[in-house]
Design a protein around this ligand. Structure first.
Ligand SMILES: [Zn+2]
Length: 287
C-alpha cells in the first residue's frame, strides 16, 4: 500500500476545478458507430482501453509494468501516439506503473488522478514525466463529465473532493476514481480497487446507478463486490482483471459466488487474456 498525500504536481488552479465542470473532448476523426472497451491482460493489475465512435482513446490504469505498451501497440495504429485521457484510479503500483510507461511513450491530452498526494518513488517518476512533457493533470471529483461526442461520455461518480483529514489517513483503495462510461443504452462501471466501503458510498450517493458491465473491484478480492452493491448495480457482465496464480489468491471464491448469485456472466483476464467488448449503444457484444 502506498502512502498517499496530495499530489504537488497538480497545478493549484486545476485542483480548484469545479465538480460541475464539463470537459469537452470533441475530436472528429473517422467517426464510426461503435465503442470498444478492451480489458487488457496485464497480469496482477488493471488496465483498460476505451475507443469511442469519434476515435478518442481513453486508458483507465496501466497495470503493474511496461507490458501494457505491447498491448496498446497491438490496438493502436503504427502512427498513432495519442491518448486523449488517461485515468489513474489510484496510485498503487499495479495500476500506476504501466500508466507511467504510457505517459513516457504517448502524447497524453489529460491525466485524471484521485487527487491524493503520493510520495512513493514511482510517484516521483510519474511527476517527473508529467513535468517534462507538460501534461495536463486534473483531480477527479464527483459530478465531472467528459463528453466524447455521438453520445459517448464518462461520468466521474467518486471520489468526492479529497480535502478532509480522514481521506488522507485512509488507504488508497477506497479513494479509487469510480467512473461510468455510457454509450446509448450500454454502460460500463470502472471501480479501480474500491472495497466495500467505497462501494456502499457509491450506491448511497447514486441510488439509481446500474451498469451492464462491472469491472470488478480489487481483482476479485473478497473485500470488494459487496452483495448489496452488486444487487443494485446488477451487471449482466463482470470482468475480473487478475494475474494467474497470484499470491493474493485473487479472485476469492466469495466474489465468484456473489457474482454467480446475481447471474452475472464472469470474464477473467487470467483465463481469457484480453477481453474485448463492443457496442453500438444497443447491447454489448463480446468479441
Ligand atoms: Zn490493484
Amino acid at each position: 500500500m502506498l502512502r498517499i498525500k496530495k499530489i504537488k504536481l497538480i497545478a493549484l488552479g486545476i485542483l480548484a476545478i469545479s465538480s460541475f465542470l464539463v470537459w469537452s473532448a470533441y475530436f472528429s476523426l473517422r467517426p464510426n458507430d461503435k465503442l470498444a472497451v478492451t480489458f487488457f491482460d496485464v497480469g496482477q493489475g488493471d488496465s483498460a482501453l476505451i475507443e469511442t465512435p469519434n476515435q478518442d482513446k481513453i486508458i483507465i490504469d496501466g497495470g503493474p509494468d511496461n507490458s501494457v505498451l505491447a498491448k496498446v501497440g497491438r490496438y493502436f495504429s503504427f502512427y498513432d501516439r495519442a491518448v486523449d485521457v488517461l485515468i489513474i484510479t489510484h496510485f498503487d503500483s499495479d495500476h500506476l506503473a504501466g500508466a507511467v510507461e504510457i505517459a513516457k511513450n504517448y502524447d497524453i491530452g489529460l491525466i485524471i488522478v484521485n487527487g491524493k498526494q503520493c510520495v512513493s518513488s514511482l510517484c516521483g517518476e510519474f511527476e517527473k514525466v508529467i513535468k517534462q512533457k507538460n501534461i495536463k493533470v486534473a483531480a477527479a471529483a464527483k459530478g465531472q463529465e467528459i463528453d466524447f461526442g455521438q453520445g459517448a461520455k464518462i461520468n466521474i461518480l467518486l471520489p468526492e473532493n479529497q480535502t478532509d483529514d480522514n481521506a488522507k489517513k485512509e488507504g488508497d483503495n477506497n479513494s479509487s476514481v469510480i467512473s461510468l462510461l455510457s454509450f446509448g443504452k450500454d454502460s460500463f462501471l470502472f471501480t479501480g480497487d474500491a472495497e466495500d466501503k467505497e462501494e456502499m458510498e457509491l450506491i448511497n450517493i447514486w441510488p439509481n446507478l446500474t451498469a451492464d458491465v462491472l469491472k470488478v473491484g480489487h481483482h476479485g478480492s473478497k473485500n470488494s463486490t459487496n452483495q448489496l452493491f452488486l444487487e443494485k448495480i446488477n451487471p449482466k457482465f463482470s470482468v475480473i482483471s487478475v494475474g494467474a496464480k497470484n499470491t493474493y489468491g485473487h479472485p476469492h471464491i466469495e466474489t465468484i459466488e456473489a457474482l454467480k448469485k446475481i447471474g452475472s456472466e464472469i470474464f477473467r483476464t487470467d483465463l481469457g487474456g484480453d477481453i474485448v467488448m463492443e457496442t453500438e449503444g444497443k447491447g454489448i457484444m463480446i468479441k
